[in-house]
Design a protein around this ligand. Structure first.
Ligand code: NAD
Length: 354
């Protein structure tokens, strides 16, 4: 056996119903006194509630969060951090909010305390994203990796079911791609397989008639395992496709992942070695990983095609061009422009090209 595993630094603290106390203790431990709080308008009330105990440490609040971090938003957040003399960043919200904190940290080096409210997993990764003129650029920099992550499953209870499932599939995509990302290794595969089990269990639970506390815990724990395994394994074909589509067409991030994942897994499945295929299938509790993922998606009513999440059928050629522009893409099965066209045509709902 020969492999490299570069563990990433960072502290995570789990506790359902405990975010307010935990984030106060963590700000204290870090000695942060002038924090810029980042939360979208929709997350404002929650953020205010969670920061009552630390109100004296909040030097400013940035609410102008937008999906995929447009460059104007990044500049405004950076300007506000400088204006208030921030010594740290506190993000409370989904991946768009975490992403806004990251883009400020990228140029300022300010530490981030992240309180995620979705299953996107961005809080575990050193990956930043920035969108300029409808093109999303991503990069890797340790400065954007949050110093502390406060996980509280109760905060995710308010996610509408459809968004909770889509976000769960976003996390599932991190796990699946962690099996073949450029930095994949036995440790990331172990975390990813555990993540798939926890996510599937949690999603089935919250989709059911009487979700239990343990279902939300499972989902958030799975999201953490997903983010942390993906953070080390790195981005492959699936994430390249979703980032390119998200930036170009402003598609909803989580739903786009949910639609694209089965198509990329089906494309890559023949290139996986027998042990990887078995581990993936077992994680899905199925004979075959592709069948297991498709069955889970059907059971949970996950969106079926890109058109239903906002891509217009006539945008398909542009979508293929935008993703093909990312070639070469590291992937276990070599990817050509034709393969991208096939995957996207199938994902769009237009069927396989002949
Ligand atoms: P999001 O942050 O845009 O949130 C989606 C919607 O859900 C928003 O309207 C938000 O206000 C709302 N919301 C968030 N938490 C809620 C809650 N608990 N209850 C009710 N509503 C809630 O979407 P997302 O899927 O969390 O994140 C997507 C973004 O994160 C994308 O820009 C994506 O590129 C980025 N991302 C980055 C990484 C990375 O490693 N850099 C990983 C995953 C996602």
């Amino acid at each position: 056996m020969e492999f490299i595993y570069t563990a990433l630094p960072g502290r995570v603290r789990f506790g359902a119903g405990k975010a307010a106390g935990h984030l106060a203790a963590e700000l204290d431990a870090l000695g942060l006194e002038r924090v810029l709080l980042i939360a979208s308008e929709a997350e404002r009330e929650l953020a205010e509630r969670l920061t009552v105990q630390v109100a004296g440490r909040i030097a400013g609040v940035f609410h102008n969060v937008h999906p995929h971090v447009p460059v104007a938003v990044a500049e405004a957040a950076r300007a506000q951090a400088a204006e208030v003399g921030a010594d740290g960043l506190l993000s409370i919200g989904g991946g768009s909010t975490t992403g806004t904190a990251k883009i400020v940290a990228l140029t300022t080096g300010l530490p981030i305390v992240a309180v995620p409210t979705t299953y996107a997993g961005s809080e575990m990764t050193p990956v930043w994203g920035l969108t300029t003129d409808a093109r999303k650029e991503t990069g890797i920099d340790r400065r954007v990796l949050p110093t502390v992550v406060v996980y509280d499953a109760d905060l995710t209870r308010t996610l509408p079911l459809e968004l909770a499932i889509a976000s769960g599939f976003n996390a599932l995509a991190h796990c699946v791609e962690a099996f073949w990302g450029p930095g994949a290794n036995p440790v990331t595969s172990l975390h990813a397989a555990a993540g798939i089990r926890a996510l599937a269990e949690g999603m089935r639970g919250v989709h059911g008639a009487n979700p239990a506390d343990s279902d939300y815990d499972s989902l958030l724990y799975g999201a953490y395992l997903a983010g942390s395994s993906f953070a080390v394994a790195g981005s492959g074909l699936h994430h390249k496709i979703c980032h390119a589509l998200g930036g170009a067409f402003d598609l909803p991030h989580a739903q786009t992942h949910a639609v694209v994942l089965p198509h990329v897994l089906a494309f890559n499945a023949p290139a996986l070695d027998a042990a990887e295929s078995r581990a993936l299938a077992e994680a899905f509790g199925a004979e075959d990983a592709v069948a297991g993922l498709r069955a889970l998606a059907a059971e949970l009513g996950s969106p079926a095609d890109l058109v239903s999440v906002g891509l217009r059928a006539e945008q398909l050629p542009e979508a293929i061009a935008v993703v093909s522009a990312k070639l070469p893409i590291p992937n276990p099965r070599p990817v050509s422009a034709d393969a991208i066209a096939d995957i996207l045509s199938a994902a769009a709902g237009a069927g396989e090209r002949s």
